[in-house]
Design a protein around this ligand. Sequence first.
Ligand code: SAH
Length: 463
Amino acid sequence: MDYLPLNLKLIDEPVTLIGGGKIAARKARLLLRAGAKLTVVAPDICMELRQASDANSITWINGTYAAAQLDDCLLVVAATSDRELNECIHRDARARSLPVNVVDAPDLCTVIFPSIIDRNPLLIAVSSSGTSPVLARILRRRIESMVPAAYGRLAEFAGRLRQRVKTAIPEETPRRLFWEQVLEGAVAEKVMAGREAEAQSLLEKRLASTGDLYTGEVYLVGAGPGDPDLLTFKAARLLQSADVVLYDRLVAPAIVDMARRDAECIYVGKRRADHAVPQEDINQLLLKFAQQGKRVIRLKGGDPFIFGRGGEEIDLLAQHGVPFQIVPGITAASGVACYAGIPLTHRDHAHSVRFVTGHLKDGSLAHDWSQFLSPTETLVFYMGLVGLPEICRQLLAVGRAADTPAALVERGTTLQQRVLTGTLSNLPELVAREKPAAPTLLIIGDVVRLHADLAWYGTEDAQ
Ligand code: SAH
């Protein structure tokens, strides 16, 4: 982080603004909205500032800048077009340990103004750390359209009842669960419809019957193959509500970061043959947290029900009557194939696709290889890096053509994605030479030829 976003209380606090033009007026408007006691220093001021001065909403010092004008103020804003003067204001503010903003000169700022979505008392600030105000503004517009205008009223309502609810539910986790249900349910709808009295009596009713609201819950959630943007909306929403997050090696750090700041995030990742946390312990952990009344999210790479052992984890919960939800994710085959430009099916090349485990048990694979003979079926091997030479050898042995196209996609959908393309006969050699890093996905079949034309993502290929 280059800046720490903080909300500054300016009500009745003295702020000095140097400059009298249109840009200064824009800053003045914002500062006045925040309740500042504003002094404007400029030999001449624009119409808007003049009107504000006439209405006594600002104090205008009609003259040139002097360092003493900064004495006792809480914030300094310079909006002059004179670089030397701006530098001087910056120095004077720094000498007094005052936060200073110089419009359009990030190097002279110790504080910067974000783009604001104002649903007072609910405020959302968007900042690009000064790199691209336009980008921040575009993002702000998007958020504006997502946040109902009445959210401010809802925040006020919640603020008014905060103490009341705190007294009624002293414990933190159940109280948060209570608020989540209130703010996303019928009570919130009433507040936003302007029926606060009804909303409040409904809330009181809920407070009187909170017994069953506090049971823990487990969400088994697919986090997709790597690119955080491939997360589902549902996964993102549940992540925001979880108290505990258990995640795998395959889950992108950016996704874990989306959890609530006070959520407990536990790494239970597994590497091949090196089980950081044994499966049985993970199952027990899920159960333990849920029984403590917590909302637990178990994040799995890709889809939880595709080579994810999701079934086993849920089984124990089901036996103990713990409520759970299962949220699908984009599985590696689907995400990686798209990002690698290899359609898994194609009218001219493949009419079916098969997901196969390439995980070796005691050094070999227990497949009936004769079922993999169809030239119009795409084969996708998960966990097939170590077993790759064996997979290719077995397919050749049962009669697949030596020139059958095959691709190994390394770290698909991440920025490190690399596609190694070859054939059943030469891919093992290429892989031995290039030493791709896990995770990798092996795709076999005619569709791999299309990659040459459809590649659009990641680093250069290796052949
Ligand atoms: N449940 C997961 C699969 C877990 S098995 C899913 O639905 O995707 C782990 C295997 O998935 C890895 O060995 C690899 O073959 C594949 N995999 C997962 N993410 C991948 C990625 N970003 N790129 C390539 N392969 C990936």
